[in-house]
Design a protein around this ligand. Sequence first.
Ligand code: AHM
Ligand code: MG
Length: 324
Amino acid sequence: MSKGISLSKYLEQNTNEQLAEVIEAIAQGTVAINEKVRVAGLSDIVGVAGTTNVQGETVQKLDLLANDIIIEYLQKGNACAALVSEETDAVLPLKANGSYVVAIDPLDGSSNIDIAAPIGTIFAIWKRKSQGEVNDSDFLQKGKELAAAGYVLFGSSTILMLSVGNGTDAFTLSAEGKYLLSHPKLSIKKEGNIYSVNQGNMFKYDERIIDFINWCDACNAAPNRPFGLRYIGSMVGDLHRTILKGGIFFYPANKGEKKGKLRLLYECIPMSFLVTQAGGASSNGEIPILEIQPEEIHERTAIFIGSEKTVEQCLQIIQQKVSA
Ligand code: AHM
Ligand code: MG
């Protein structure tokens, strides 16, 4: 696919009509979210909403606004049967005859909203399995069954990263408000030299994780160490860098968060699909994220994701001590 073609044209050539409709709806929704994000400080939409979500986390006003926008755009069409969102407790049925279901984090990286740092929307789209009423089982599908996944980064540019299962492509939002193909068929470096983790949580990490961090920090040793450390604290920003520059991002389970922090359906699975489609790898420390059978819609998981060899190296170190 040549650079500069529009998202609509790309979808016309790479997907079926219903899937294209769902992706277009989300993309249009993110154009609307982008407009709010860009001027957030000028309106009364910055700050906490005064509520917590189903996971007990503080909700920002922009989180809720983004959620409403996505629902509004998906409801305009007929292809999306139901939605699971970080901001909604249960499955939200949309169009009874829709063929697809969407799991979404409408605005990830909430803690970065107030400081104008990168934030993003992350989404996963599966073909629904059930007939009749939509239910949780439509969402409890493995990542490897995805029809499409993507994120939109609201950074210094607004970028849609997308995979419909034949590679990963990035589109940049033009000044005219159109997503145009800017990074066709991305390929992650096999081995990277950047690691990305919240080191402030070090005291809560298992010894195996600390071993890996020490391995990244070791001087004068192959491959290309010590690694650089980069951590934005916004998964979309951190993963965007990882896809473009290589390396590894990880959010391990720890003493405070026994299953990790990040959500399987609308954070880890879509990111793993994008990274895998770009030639990278991802794991929960034991099995590939895309092989996990989800059991709950708001399930959490540990994640290690990025350049194939770097993830492999990480797994070797963190698995070694368990069996030692
Ligand atoms: P959120 O969904 O409440 O915004 O939390 C998810 C974010 C991710 O974007 C990021 O990778 C992670 O939380 C950062 O967490 P921490 O501040 O614990 O390092
Ligand atoms: Mg999130």
